[in-house]
Ligand binder design. Structure first.
Ligand code: UTP
Length: 237
């Protein structure tokens, strides 16, 4: 039976500022996502907007755009641009990947029938790509959803504000809901370890999550294979 694995891959991972050796990271991620034998796993990768989204949203705000819906649409376009580039990288390696970026969860799921790997960006305003990955996971009834970001763990507090914030290795969905601010309004381009809109959906569906640093591809591989990994395990009831 094929296991479908949704991974939200933060857009910051595509920046030379954040990933020291981007070329090595790229070849490692290609190797990870294309080397499961007998089609034992298929991946659906949801790519974030990273610096591009923050820059474009900032430029729009400076030009007087203040409608959140419009700003979110700008963010979504950036996630899809990053997704397109990521998809092309696999196409160039002759890997079975979609040819166009799907714009909805249903279209993405449809593409899994004919591809081993499906790459996409955001879908609708009012959330981030973490929430898209989580909603796909719920729709497909997967065991867990991976959120590969630029921090190693969920912390007890914002580590930028409190240097003594503690790394959390294991936490319940409900506790994560409190830490991530489920219920609060999210601003276009705002930065989170994990999007509270997605966490809220995960709580409602009791869907476990894994949050880890996407820079370390070997660690991501261990998590996917069910081995011990560095990161935060978010468990259900
Ligand atoms: P991201 O998913 O990139 O958010 O969406 P992020 O938390 O900044 O993730 P990283 O940094 O890439 O890891 C960027 C913006 O695009 C809009 C929102 O405005 C979001 O803040 N967006 C994205 C949506 O409105 N809907 C989506 O489905 C996805």
């Amino acid at each position: 039976m094929v296991e479908i694995i949704p991974i939200a891959l933060g857009g910051s991972l595509f920046s030379r500022k954040e990933v020291k050796d981007l070329d090595i990271w790229r070849s490692e991620i290609i190797d990870l996502l294309s080397n499961y034998e007998n089609n034992e796993k298929k991946f659906i990768i949801i790519i974030g907007g990273g610096h591009l989204a923050r820059k474009e949203i900032g430029v729009a705000i400076d030009s007087g755009v203040n409608d959140k819906f419009e700003l979110d649409l700008i963010g979504i376009r950036c996630t899809r641009k990053n997704a397109f580039n990521f998809m092309k990288m696999f196409e160039d390696h002759n890997i079975s990947v979609n040819k166009e970026i799907p714009e909805s969860i249903e279209d993405a799921i449809e593409l899994l029938n004919s591809n081993d790997l499906v790459v996409m960006g955001g879908t609708s305003p009012g959330q981030t790509t973490d929430a898209v990955a989580i909603k796909i996971g719920i729709r497909l009834g997967v065991k867990r959803v991976f959120v590969a970001t630029n921090v190693s763990h969920i912390f007890s507090e914002d580590p930028k504000i409190n240097k003594n914030a503690k790394k959390i290795k294991s936490i319940s969905l409900k506790e994560l809901g409190i830490l991530s601010g489920v219920g609060s309004v999210i601003e276009p381009g705002a930065s989170f370890a994990v999007d509270p809109v997605g966490v809220s959906s995960a709580i409602n569906s009791n869907l476990p999550l894994v949050i880890l640093n996407g820079h370390d591809v070997d660690n991501l591989r261990k998590a996917i294979n069910g081995e011990e990994f560095i990161g935060t395990n978010v468990f259900g009831d």
